[in-house]
Design a protein around this ligand. Structure first.
Ligand code: ASP
Ligand code: MG
Length: 421
């Protein structure tokens, strides 16, 4: 017998018919002999609708009251799933955030998780009752409803799994796992059987939005084994134990299973970065601080940075990227400080894309970056900036070449599915 936390997203919970489907999956999991807790999202679109109501009621809404409103979406689906399970002959009950309680701090609308009381929950699960827990919500130390921030149900599920020491946290969603790259770009993308927490974090931060990033960090910290899988499976499909989702596990666990790992696990493309170049700045201490200080003060996240060696007259150029959404603010801030920083021209370009290759294999292998650069060079794709971390290499290229670059790299690192045409 295992203890399993199952989480269903908004698309899986959208309407009576789909909730019945979910109940069927939950029931089968329990019938396979497991203790089961289920964490649910609000129906797809519901939280957006509730957020709009808050904005209409008061543009500068009080976050604590906003949480009272938006937490209601999950209360509805939790109750409906419990009712549906009961109608199928299962023992089931809902546990709202305040009932567990699922404790948080007082940062309403983006609360951090404190501790989760599990005694009553575990007692109920032990006698065969399916626990249905609304995601996204908790109760603050002031005894008020608090929510965890958009997409927070994934994090709720991982937190519950950690608290009850679950053997696994299965996240059911509308895709059947994590892919080597976006299957809409590369038809030969492959579903990964396993991926490490760190790789998942790097891929999530560059745009593969399967899970809320925070839930992956929490799973890594707490050592929760997370599985991503599709809820749109055959009614009579086998229980999740044998379903082919993607397991997110520790480096050590993976090493033990998969000796012949690919060097690169996944490739991500992100078009939400823009490039800024400041020309002919003085190559002396303090100049770079004068550029990035004000951006940091304005909470603008700078990602890639390159500075060339000084040419004549001790002058150089600096190029960096910021989120496209912050480009206008960033250029306005820098323009105001043109004298102080002492640049000649500012050139902004938002027609760029960041392509990242990610894999823990690069820790122990040389030549991975060289393959990336030569693959792109052979097809005349120009690299405008480069940044690296221990398990990731990112390059900035012209956005028009995104699809081509991802496809070429996918082939170069031997990620293409063997059976695809
Ligand atoms: N319903 C919430 C949202 O849409 C939380 C979640 O579904 O993860 O943000
Ligand atoms: Mg989600």
């Amino acid at each position: 017998m295992a203890r399993i936390v199952m989480k269903f997203g908004g698309t899986s919970m959208a309407g009576t018919e789909r909730i019945r489907r979910v109940a069927g999956i939950v029931k089968r999991q329990q019938e396979a002999g497991h203790e089961v807790a289920v964490v649910v999202s609000a129906m797809a679109g519901e939280t957006d609708r509730l957020v709009d109501f808050c904005r209409e009621a008061s543009p500068l809404y009080d976050p604590a009251e906003y949480d009272v409103v938006v937490a209601s979406g999950e209360q509805v689906t939790a109750g409906l799933l419990a009712l549906t399970l009961q109608a199928m002959g299962c023992k089931a009950r809902s546990w709202l955030g305040w009932q567990l309680p699922f404790r948080t701090d007082e940062a309403y609308s983006k609360a951090r998780i404190g501790d989760i009381e599990t005694q009553a929950l575990l007692a109920s699960m032990a006698v065969g009752e399916i626990a249905v827990i609304p995601g996204f919500q908790g109760v603050s130390s002031d005894n008020r409803v608090a929510t965890l921030g958009r997409g927070g149900s994934d994090t709720s599920a991982v937190a519950v799994a950690a608290a009850v020491k679950a053997d696994r946290c299965d996240i059911y969603t509308d895709v059947d796992g994590v892919y080597t790259t976006d299957p809409r770009i590369v038809a030969k993308a492959r579903k990964l059987n396993r991926i490490t927490y760190e790789e998942m974090l790097e891929l999530a931060s560059v745009g593969s939005k399967v899970l809320q990033t925070r839930s992956v960090s929490l799973a890594m910290k707490e050592g929760v084994r997370v599985q991503v899988l599709s809820s749109f499976i055959d009614e009579n499909a086998v229980p999740a134990d044998d379903l082919p989702g993607t397991m997110i596990v520790s480096d050590e666990e993976l090493e033990g299973i998969d000796m012949e790992r690919q060097l690169i696990t996944g490739i991500a493309a992100d078009k939400n970065e823009a490039k800024v170049t400041l020309t002919r700045i003085a190559d002396r201490p303090g100049t770079v601080a004068a550029i990035f200080g004000p951006l940091a003060d304005a909470s603008i996240n700078v990602d890639m940075i390159i500075q060339n060696v000084a040419k004549d007259k001790g002058e150089t150029d600096v190029t960096f990227t910021v989120p496209t959404a912050d480009l206008a603010r960033a250029t306005a801030l820098l323009e105001e400080r043109k004298e102080e920083i002492g640049f000649f021209r500012m050139i902004a370009d938002d027609n760029v894309a960041k392509i990242s290759i990610v894999g823990v294999g690069m820790r122990s292998h040389a030549g991975i970056a060289a393959t990336m650069f030569s693959t792109l060079a052979e097809r005349g794709i120009n690299i405008q900036a480069i940044s690296t971390s221990e398990i990731k290499i990112s390059v900035l290229i012209n956005a028009d070449e995104t699809e081509l670059a991802v496809r070429l790299l996918h082939t170069a690192y031997e990620l293409d599915a063997k059976d695809a045409a």
